[in-house]
Ligand binder design. Structure first.
Ligand code: FES
Ligand code: FES
Length: 152
């Protein structure tokens, strides 16, 4: 199987039902994407496939054939993406384990045109944070809406 990972062509000769997360972490050695629950429930493993957020622990590689995959490492140069900047400004992370998944989930929603209402973002982001940084996540999303315009 071939796909594009953070702008580079990747070939993987394993089983087509291999979870995308395993290829990202164990084959490509990109460890920013985390393993949490392994059953698609927590969102720690969130990456983009053709711009859509997917939970890579439960996403078979067969589905990424010929597609564009982006991980936290490929989201921006030097953490310059607006979501990363909002996270830094609001000092969102505590232990940090869930945060690359959070940022990938939020950045997929924020890339939509038109931008969905702010309240919809809170409903759609179902990622879990064991450090309960939800209040700061909301502040960071609100900051993004103040700078990018609220479509609600
Ligand atoms: S590790 Fe994939 S959703 Fe939890
Ligand atoms: S910051 Fe620790 S799990 Fe979210």
């Amino acid at each position: 199987m071939k796909f594009i990972l953070n702008g580079k062509s990747v070939t993987f000769d394993g089983e087509p039902d291999t979870p995308l997360l395993w290829v990202i972490r164990e084959h490509q050695h990109l460890t920013g994407t985390k393993f949490g629950c392994g059953i698609g429930a927590c969102g720690a493993c969130t990456v983009h496939v053709d711009g859509e957020a997917v939970r890579s622990c439960s996403y078979p590689l067969a589905l990424v054939q010929g597609r564009q995959v982006t991980t936290i490492e490929g989201l921006s140069e030097e953490r310059s993406h607006p979501v990363q900047q909002a996270w830094i400004q609001e000092e969102v992370p505590q232990c940090g384990y869930c945060q690359s998944g959070m940022i990938m989930a939020v950045s997929a929603v924020m890339a939509r045109k038109p931008l969905p209402p702010e309240s919809q973002v809170y409903r759609e982001i179902t990622n879990l944070c064991r450090c309960a940084t939800y209040y700061r996540i909301r502040k960071a999303i609100h900051r993004l809406y103040q700078t990018q315009g609220d479509a609600s």
